[in-house]
Write a new protein. Sequence first.
Length: 496
Amino acid sequence: MLNISLLSVFICYCSIVGNPLICAKGSEQNCNGMTLMPMSMTLNSSQTERLQERPKSHKLALAFGSSLGCICLLTVGFGMFLWRRQRHKQQTFFDANDMQHEEVSLGNLKRFQFRELQIATDNFSSKNILGKGGFGHVYKGYLQDGTALAVKRLQDGSAMGGDRQFQTEVEMISLAVHRNLLRLYGFCMTATERLLVYPYMSNGSVASRLKAKPVLDWCTRKRIALGAARGLLYLHEQCDPKIIHRDVKAANILLDDYCEAVVGDFGLAKLLDHQDSHVTTAVRGTVGHIAPEYLSTGQSSEKTDVFGFGILLLELITGQRALEFGKAANQKGAMLNWVKKIHQEKKLNELVDKDLKNNFDQIELEEMVQVALLCTQYLPGHRPKMSEVVRMLEGDGLAERWEASQRVESGKYRSELSFSHRYSDLTDDSSLLVQAIELSGPRWPLSMVVQGNELPYLGYEAAYLPLKMRLSKGLMYTALHLHMERGCIHGLGQVW
């Protein structure tokens, strides 16, 4: 056994009676003192090991505690940093861009502060997005009193011109008041932001309802078509100044609590273009809905909207988006040509939404298809006005108009060119933004091959104009095919 002697000391409280050097004479009683006494002890090996282990465990505990404390301090510090950063960001976002402008006194149009709309939409949370389009995102929001709103945050807000110009355009939109038009509730304008505020439509858009359950019945679809036509009629012929929508499609036709059609997004194209002329600086619209003359020349008119309305009618009939026409039946080629073929062969049942399960009127179906084909004629001059469209949907004058169009079709040489099938690689939601087109440049041969695609022989001179087309998905296409017909330029939307 290993014995280890340890020398230590202890304090001893001892009696020191009789020591004259310490105790005074005569004070021997209770004369005590304190001294250090040596102490010796012997430990065996097991006791020695325990004594040696104690410093190690103590060091480990001390190291672990120190590390844990450092980690806690770092975590708390990082959390404080993130909190202060977020708080500073929110304060900057709230206060930096709001500017004071005079209130709009026109009607009930309200000017919102940016912070109001930020709070209402939960800081424009992605969870509150109702839709996305070429003009910007739409968010659902709630005011403090519980009022539900749809807030459209326009893209490129800082590039929309002066404040006065924007306010003037907003006031113009607010003047368009009709039961089939989406009422503008208010707006917001800052140094970098432009926002429009509308009432919230609980039934969403026609595009979303066509894909949802329960299925829209035939009578509801007819009522939607007539309501949308009346809204466009008001914009074209009863509103001063008239407003051209330029992006008529199912996604821009909203439904109120009673499934009545409400035309939305009207006037926004003018807000983003700042042009008094009907010749615009950019082509804005949705693939499959853009009229050929608008795509080729950038020139829009009320007949541009008529074309889009014809496509909308076909969407209501088929329950499909524009570029889906015929795909279910494995049909190839132009969608409008396919619809014409179905109509000529009297097989219109193949067009109808399968979810309707034959619950529709055959005569009403044929009439609606005829109106759609009249609206989507290639030449804008051959298309009816919206006032005529409304009358035809109400059952007045369709037979005469259809018969006249068939005489023109058979008695006059017309180029059977189509642009619809050129979009086969795109989606219906792809929004086009085509920069301003200058109608000049060198002539090219009558036919040519571009990226492996041979253009058809047109029988007359053709011009090819390069331009840039930006789609919402970021795809880039760089060619547009124009052709000359009797001295007029018409468009064939050639996209590779």
